[in-house]
Design a protein around this ligand. Sequence first.
Ligand code: UT7
Length: 329
Amino acid sequence: MIAACREQVTLLGIGSYAPERVMTNDELASMVDTNDEWIAQRTGIRERRIAGPTESSAGLGAAAARLAVESAGIDPTEIDTIVCATASPDYYFPATASLIGERIGAGDVAGYDLSAACTGFIYALGQAYAQLAAGFADTALVVGTEVFSRLLDWNDRSTCVLFGDGAGAVVLRRDGTRGMLGFDLGSDGSGGSLLSVAAAGHNEVNPEGPYVQMNGPEVYKFATRVVVESAERCLEVAGLTVDDVDVFVPHQANKRIIDHAAKRLGLDESKVFTNVERYGNTSAASIPICLDEAWREGRIRRGDRVLMVGFGGGLAWGSCVMEWTKEQP
Ligand code: UT7
């Protein structure tokens, strides 16, 4: 699905939050047969955040959402709809979006969760954009929040070193300023078994689960191909070229995938934002956490064209290009 954005939807606010507890590669090496050198060389990850026993996707998401609402300078009751991307919700239902809405004081609000794994935030942006562009809502909250630490087999070194917990959120509003420019969204279920977490009721299939199961090398091949293809389609539909991109914010799964994609796209290293070294792969939360850090650090400025690309379980992919309309904090 490829779409140019004809209506005007802009980013009004942004925030992110991660648990305080830091788990380093050395700590992991005391738990499974791994080491800092292997993890850092193969993935770029040095440490990740891990939720405490009372933290959850709803709690992390609400903390990020509060900061996004505050930075938007709006009252939470102005939010009409909440789209929450998560693969690690607190419940099958109620939706994490509803719990977040209640915690931030959004009042009566439309809200639902969306499952597209590591591409979830881009899908959620697309859904919120479409609701705003169609006139269903004037103001939307989009949240990406994950507690993957609860979906990991901590005895499996091939997966437990890769993921972390965190949340990011944005407030979008339909107004006269140009913001979202284009989307490319897709998925291919034939690769579903390459990266999965079985549902809890499927424990006969996954007696030890539900845990993340991944064929790393196959997903790596998929990712290096799809990031480039999706980014190129997204730019084309928005009438842009790679030279128009000021900041590239890819999903943070692996620094090698990011470097490879940036090189293939012809993007200078200075335009690429990464923080995988400090968070690991936070799935649907990784892109909004990056956007928030990049904006707060002055790496993204008003007028910049920002290209985001997500990829992962599905196998799914998604890109969004936008013009950043928010002033510096
Ligand atoms: O957001 C979701 C999208 N996910 C991704 O994008 C992940 C894509 N895949 C990857 O990033 C990489 O495939 C990994 C980082 C997961 C793995 O790197 P790799 O270079 O593909 O390694 P591999 O799976 O081919 O394993 C190489 C070796 C194996 O040992 P042998 O068979 O060569 O003796 C593994 O057993 O590395 C071993 N290994 C480890 N060694 C130390 C696997 N995990 C570890 C570990 N520590 N944690």
